[in-house]
Design a protein around this ligand. Structure first.
Ligand code: NOJ
Length: 472
C-alpha cells in the first residue's frame, strides 16, 4: 500500500498560495507550488475542503459536494492539479465531510428527512459549545458542530446513495482517497436518548460541559461499521483516514473499513517523555494509527510544543511507523498567529490558519494582494531562506522525510533516563530529550541525524534535542 509509511502533507487551500491576487489561496496556486512538495519528498497531499460553501466553518459546511468553491477555482483547475501532481508522483486526497452539510445545501430544504429532527432538544452538546439542537419552523434539527451544519441521517438509504455518488465522483476524477471528517459522529443513538452523566473520563480533551456527560449516545453508535462499509464500497481501494475523535482503544469498529485513524492521544500529549511514551504505547498496541501533531484545528508544532521542541516534535512525527500528516508551514517552523481583525472562525481557530510563507516579502510570496489573514513573520521564517540552509528546520524535515524510508519495520519502545523518549526502528534508535537539561542518551552509536548540531555528545543528549543513531 502506497500510504503505509507515507508522509501526507496537509494543505489548507485558503492559506497555501494565491494565484489571482484576491488574498485567498486557490487550486492554481497549489499547482504552482507542487514542486515544493516534490522537493520535500512527501507522497501525497490532503486538501482541506475545496467545495462550494458559505464558509461558516471554512468549508466544513459543504453546500455542493460535487463542485469547487469559486474562491478556490473550478473543476478544471482540480483536474489540472491532479494531473500536475501525478506528473510529480504525488497523490491527492480530499476531505470527505459526511456527517453534516451546510444549512445552505439544497438537500436541507428539499429533503428535510435526510436530516435528524426532534420535537424537543435532548441534552446533546455541540462540539463548539451549547446545545446541539436549533429550531426551525417549530422543529429542532441536530447539529453536532455549528448550527449552520445540520447532521445528516445516515440511516436513510437516500443519504447513503447520494454520498456514494459523491465519493465515486471524485475518485473518478483522480482522487487517491479521503481524510474522513468527524466520523465518530456518523451515527448516533437511533432513539436520540440523552447522553448519560459521565462515569469515567472521555480519554481525549473535550469541553468542561462535555466532560460531564458520557457522550455515548450522541456519537459512535454500534452500527457505524455498516455505514462505513457503504463508504468503502464507493471508494474501492482508495485510502480512507478517519478523524475518529475517540481514544485508540475504541478504534476497532472504525478500522473494519477505514485504513487508519488519527492518533489524537499523541497529538494531545504534553511535551514530556513519559506522557508521549504512554500515548505511543497505547496507540501502537494495535495497528491503525495515522500520526498527526498539528493541524488547522489545534495549531502548529512551534506554538503547541514550544519553539525549542518543534524540531524534536517533527522528529517524532516522522519516525513513528505508519502514515504521518505534516501540516503546511510546520516544515519551516511557522508559529500560530494572532488571527486578524475580522473573525472568520467563531471557535477561535483563525490563528492556526495564517498563510504559508514562501519568501521574506511582506506578503510572504503568498499573494500579490492583501492576504485574508495577515502573514505571521515572513521575514524571519520562509521557505526561500531555509531551502539552502542545511541547518534550517526545512532541511531537517526534508532529511527526515528521506530518512524515514530507511527505518526498519516495527517499533520497540526503550527504557531511557527520565525525560527521554526513546525507541528503536530496526537498526536505528530515535531519542528525544524533552527536558531543559542534558540527559544520558539511551544509546551511543553513529549519529544519522540530529535536531541541532552537537545534540549528542558521547552518551549525553542535550536539552530539548533529538537524535537518530545507528548501531550501539
Ligand atoms: C473537523 C474539522 O477538522 C474541523 O475544522 C471542523 O470544524 C469539524 N470537523 C466539523 O466539520
Amino acid at each position: 500500500m502506497w500510504w503505509q509509511d507515507a508522509v501526507i502533507y496537509q494543505i489548507y487551500p485558503r492559506s497555501f498560495q494565491d494565484s489571482d491576487g484576491d488574498g485567498i489561496g486557490d487550486l492554481r496556486g497549489i499547482e504552482r507550488r507542487l514542486d515544493h512538495l516534490a522537493w520535500l519528498g512527501v507522497e501525497a497531499l490532503w486538501l482541506s475542503p475545496i467545495y462550494p460553501s458559505p464558509m461558516y466553518d471554512m468549508g466544513y459546511d459543504v453546500a455542493d459536494y460535487k463542485g469547487v468553491d469559486p474562491v478556490f477555482g473550478t473543476l478544471d483547475d482540480f483536474d489540472r492539479l491532479v494531473a500536475a501532481a501525478r506528473e510529480r508522483g504525488l497523490r491527492v486526497l480530499l476531505d470527505l465531510v459526511p456527517c453534516h452539510t451546510s444549512i445552505e445545501h439544497p438537500w436541507f430544504g428539499e429533503n428535510p428527512d435526510w436530516y435528524i429532527w426532534r420535537d424537543e432538544p435532548n441534552n446533546w452538546l455541540s462540539a463548539f459549545g451549547g446545545s446541539a439542537w436549533s429550531s426551525l419552523n417549530g422543529h429542532w434539527y441536530l447539529h453536532s458542530f455549528y448550527p449552520e451544519q445540520p447532521d445528516l441521517d445516515w440511516r436513510n438509504p437516500d443519504v447513503i446513495a447520494a454520498m456514494q455518488d459523491v465519493l465515486a465522483f471524485w475518485m473518478d476524477r483522480g482522487a487517491a482517497g479521503y481524510r474522513v471528517d468527524a466520523i465518530d459522529r456518523l451515527l448516533k443513538d437511533p432513539e436520540l436518548r440523552d447522553d448519560p452523566p459521565a462515569s469515567e473520563a472521555f480519554g481525549l480533551p473535550v469541553s468542561d460541559e462535555e466532560a460531564k456527560l458520557a457522550l455515548t449516545n450522541s456519537r459512535n453508535a454500534p452500527d457505524t461499521p455498516a455505514a462505513l462499509a457503504r463508504i468503502r464500497e464507493a471508494v474501492g481501494d482508495g485510502v480512507l483516514i478517519g478523524e475518529v475523535y475517540l481514544p485508540s482503544a475504541k478504534w476497532q469498529p472504525y478500522l473494519e473499513q477505514l485504513d487508519r485513524a488519527f492518533a489524537f492521544e499523541l497529538l494531545h500529549a504534553p511535551w514530556e517523555a513519559a506522557g508521549l511514551r504512554r500515548a505511543i504505547e497505547a496507540t501502537t498496541s494495535r495497528p491503525g494509527a495515522a500520526w498527526v501533531l498539528s493541524n488547522h484545528d489545534f495549531g502548529r508544532l512551534v506554538t503547541r510544543f514550544g519553539a525549542e521542541n518543534a524540531r524534536s516534535a517533527a522528529l517524532v512525527l516522522l519516525t513513528l511507523p505508519g502514515p504521518a500528516f505534516l501540516y503546511q508551514g510546520d516544515e519551516i517552523g511557522l508559529a500560530d498567529g494572532p488571527g486578524g481583525e475580522h473573525v472568520y472562525d467563531r471557535a477561535g481557530r483563525d490563528r492556526f490558519r495564517h498563510p504559508m510563507q514562501w519568501d521574506p516579502s511582506p506578503t510572504g510570496g503568498f499573494t500579490t494582494g492583501e492576504a485574508w489573514l495577515p502573514l505571521v513573520d515572513p521575514q524571519s521564517t520562509n521557505v526561500e531562506a531555509q531551502r539552502d540552509d542545511p541547518r534550517s528546520t526545512l532541511s531537517l524535515v526534508r532529511d527526515l522525510v528521506t530518512l524515514r524510508k530507511l527505518l526498519g519495520d516495527g517499533l520497540e519502545l526503550l527504557d531511557a533516563a527520565q525525560g527521554v523518549l526513546a525507541y528503536r526502528r530496526g537498526d536505528h534508535t530515535v531519542a528525544v530529550n524533552t527536558t531543559a537539561e542534558d540527559r544520558p542518551a539511551p544509546t551511543g552509536g553513529h549519529v544519522v541525524l540530529e535536531t541541532r548540531p552537537g545534540a549528542l555528545r558521547g552518551r549525553t543528549l542535550g536539552a530539548h534535542s533529538g537524535v537518530i543513531t545507528m548501531g550501539l
